[in-house]
Write a protein that binds this ligand. Sequence first.
Ligand SMILES: CC(C)(COP(=O)(O)OP(=O)(O)OC[C@H]1O[C@@H](n2cnc3c(N)ncnc32)[C@H](O)[C@@H]1OP(=O)(O)O)[C@@H](O)C(=O)NCCC(=O)NCCS
Length: 172
Amino acid sequence: MEFRLLDPGATRALTGVLLALWQRAFAGPPYFVEPGDLPRVRGLFRRHLATPGFRAAVAFHRGVPVGFAYGFPRRPGEPWTEEVAASLPPELRERWLREAFGFVEFAVDPAYQGLGVGSTLHDRLLASTDRPRAVLTVHAHAPALRFYLHRGWRRLGWLKGAAYWILGKELR
Ligand SMILES: CC(C)(COP(=O)(O)OP(=O)(O)OC[C@H]1O[C@@H](n2cnc3c(N)ncnc32)[C@H](O)[C@@H]1OP(=O)(O)O)[C@@H](O)C(=O)NCCC(=O)NCCS
């Protein structure tokens, strides 16, 4: 297994294979993502690639991507940040959203899950930012919630009107 930190250009070149593995990883509960969802997700992926500070950690097995995590510094004004801000009390909003690194997407091909690939991707991506804190949202029924809580993330609040927890992690 080889782990690489990629810039937007190198990540863009892998778009097809990354989205296909993302779909396989999210095919089960609670997401039930289908191949038909991919055009919408491709648009979102393209927007994320264009966000300043984007970087991805990608795991390769025999040269083929089998897992990835990506993120970028969160900024006021973007829809996700505003939605999270509106769900947090002022003191948490100020502390967690100012200078936060967004841990945005995370998927390991089901055939490679449970082998430590996700843990290494998670650690490599977070080690690549100099932001002091990281934030993410995760579905309340996703197995990944346990993964995050075992790795120092804590619940900051509940995303208003959605079945998602807002999690934060101190990076220093
Ligand atoms: C979350 C995810 C990226 C983790 O990747 P991974 O390579 O399986 O992670 P690891 O192998 O490093 O660790 C998996 C954890 O599950 C446990 N595990 C054991 N067997 C497992 C299996 N067959 N499948 C998944 N996890 C297993 C591991 O012991 C570890 O537990 P820990 O938290 O107590 O250390 C991966 O499960 C995934 O793609 N899930 C679907 C998509 C998703 O939910 N993404 C996150 C959205 S916020």
